[in-house]
Ligand binder design. Structure first.
Ligand code: TXA
Ligand code: MG
Length: 320
């Protein structure tokens, strides 16, 4: 059972301290309850995926306390800034280019070069301001279940996976945020949500083009090179071939590991949580070593291994 606390200032300070220490906290937003972690802390963010039992590393939304704070992490175009000024705080998420070197762990973006940002209403925003650091938070429900809109719903679903739930009462919107992405002159609706598309269209004076999220995430040219590495990926490798780089896992090495031009081990102790934390960064580093192929040792399929293998097989998929 998780501890349920109020939104009194002293309770919010306790929640902020937990987050600062790398723990997960379920927090109320105006849309749905979020399962929050410090967006700069890879281990904490990996904890979100294991608590939810997510089979994929879907990119997460980074929640900001202010527009100024968001500007530190992403680059706003004119139209996106206007939308933020008009609708924030509120149920609108904007997908924007991530700033080089921004302190956002790659598990949050799933290795993309864009970051989804939003400024939520309510106590969660006070907590983010206290931390002066964004919170990554998907809806606080197990993968495949419906989103939680009360503290009790979070307790029923994730009570054994999270220590602390801040009870802000029932969510006033009750539906996830609307996700919009501006590209040049065009505005895309990636996910309909708590802010009506018509309201956005009326404000910007142009239609929102419908593009589904999967297409947006997978569209060529929108992927970071470390998400789809330049190198080919050879999964479940039992041996290393001449000139390959090696993405290792666990204690035992593939045969002829000495042939590898570079070796990085996702987790020498075989800890899948640790492996998740390193995955995107290590793929990027091995790719930068210039090998034509990255051999990848087998990663077990249980727990976070399912999501790790999902990402590895996407990175290994033939590219056109
Ligand atoms: O109202 C909400 O948005 C809630 C509350 C907690 O803020 N959060 C939420 O998060 O619904 P989640 O993880 O369930 O949904 C986030 C969606 C995902 O479907 C993901 O595909 C999309 O945002 N997304 C995140 N980053 C993206 C990116 N860089 N490009 C395109 N889509 C992205
Ligand atoms: Mg969700």
């Amino acid at each position: 059972m998780a501890q349920i606390i109020s939104t009194e200032p002293s309770a919010l300070q306790i929640a902020a301290q937990h987050l600062k220490n790398g723990s997960l906290v379920a927090l109320p937003t105006e849309t749905v309850y979020g399962l929050a972690a410090d967006a700069g802390n890879g281990s904490a963010v990996a904890g979100i995926f294991s608590a939810k039992g997510r089979p994929h590393f879907n990119p997460l939304i980074a929640h900001m306390a202010s527009l100024e704070m968001a500007e530190r992490y992403v680059q706003f175009d004119t139209l996106s800034r206007k939308l933020a000024e008009k609708f924030w705080p509120g149920p609108l998420t904007l997908v924007l280019p991530l700033r080089e070197g921004a302190a956002i762990h790659p598990l949050v973006t799933a290795g993309l070069t864009t970051l989804a940002v939003r400024m939520p209403c309510g106590p969660v925003r006070e907590i983010i301001a206290m931390l002066d650091s964004p919170l990554a938070a998907p809806s606080a429900n197990s993968s495949g279940r419906i989103s939680a809109t009360s503290a009790q719903a979070v307790q029923d679903d994730l009570g054994d996976k999270v220590e602390l739930i801040v009870d802000g009462g029932a969510c006033v919107v009750g539906l996830e945020s609307t996700i919009v992405k501006i590209e040049g002159e065009k505005a895309y609706l990636l996910r309909p949500g708590g802010l009506a598309a018509e309201d956005i269209e009326a404000f910007i004076g142009q239609p929102l083009l419908r593009l589904d999220q999967r297409a947006a995430i997978q569209a060529p040219g929108m992927l970071a090179s470390h998400y789809a590495p330049n190198a080919a990926m050879r999964l479940n490798s039992e041996e290393v071939r001449e000139g390959e780089a090696l993405l290792a896992f666990g204690f035992d090495r593939a045969n002829h590991a000495e042939r590898a031009v570079m070796v990085l081990n996702l987790s020498p102790s075989g800890d899948l949580h640790e492996a998740a934390v390193h995955l995107f960064d290590y793929m990027k580093q091995l790719d930068a070593a210039g090998a034509a192929t990255i051999a990848v040792e087998p990663v077990p399929h249980h727990g976070l291994g399912e999501a790790i293998n999902d990402r590895l097989s996407r990175a290994a998929a033939p590219r056109s």
